[in-house]
Write a protein that binds this ligand. Sequence first.
Ligand code: AKG
Length: 267
Amino acid sequence: MRASLLQIAVDDDESVISRRARVSSLVREVAEREGSGLVVLPELWTTGAFGYEAFAAEAEPLEGPTYEVMAETARAAGVWLHAGSIPEAGDGTLYNTSLVFSPSGELAAAYRKIHRFGFDKGEAVLMGAGHELATVRTPETVLGLATCYDLRFPELFRGLVDAGAEVFVVPAGWPARRRAHWSLLARARAVEDQVYVLACGTAGTHAGVEQAGASVVVDPWGGVLAEASPTREAVLTVDLDLAKVAGTREQFPALKDRRLGVAAPGL
Ligand SMILES: O=C(O)CCC(=O)C(=O)O
């Protein structure tokens, strides 16, 4: 399976409408040029992950403008499209919701980010938390979905492995000041779960926050297959050899040695 990650620049001087149209064209262009079967966009690329004021102003119902444009983009390009995430206005609460479309433009999954970022401010107070893991079965494999800060919570990814995921797709708007954590955590999740990790971030500076860029693709042995520029918009295209997931698990069967239900004395 050939996958392309589009590390989108989210600089403040571009409007949501213009970025949406630009990214739609870019997805089609990349899919055609690279022959990708899967295209991945980052977290909250329409508003920028740190545009907290914009979340309320630009929030959309699930089937709003970004959904419509991305469904049509997936269909026109004939690819599986992980369209990153949008600020979703759902049942009186905002959510950070990722959308995945099939090559016929059907919604394959909507994943509401489970771990909200910001401790006592930002996303953590503005948005509701998701409660359900999400996977997408394609003809070649099973994708497991997670978003940005989720990357710090390995139990979520174990849940995705238990649900059959072989490729974790992680859109993000990770800040540059913790770039070292970003690549380390992406590699850790790949090594411990013996999966591919496609971690697609944003570039540029949004709402005063410099983005980490450095989108990365990691194989099930923890090897970095490709890594993008830390500062510029970029396209990363990689061929995933999906047999390597089962191959790695067979060659080094650590997942079989899990000890569930072990607790400290007294707990
Ligand atoms: O965990 C981090 O360091 C960054 C997380 C983040 O920026 C987010 O989830 O939007």
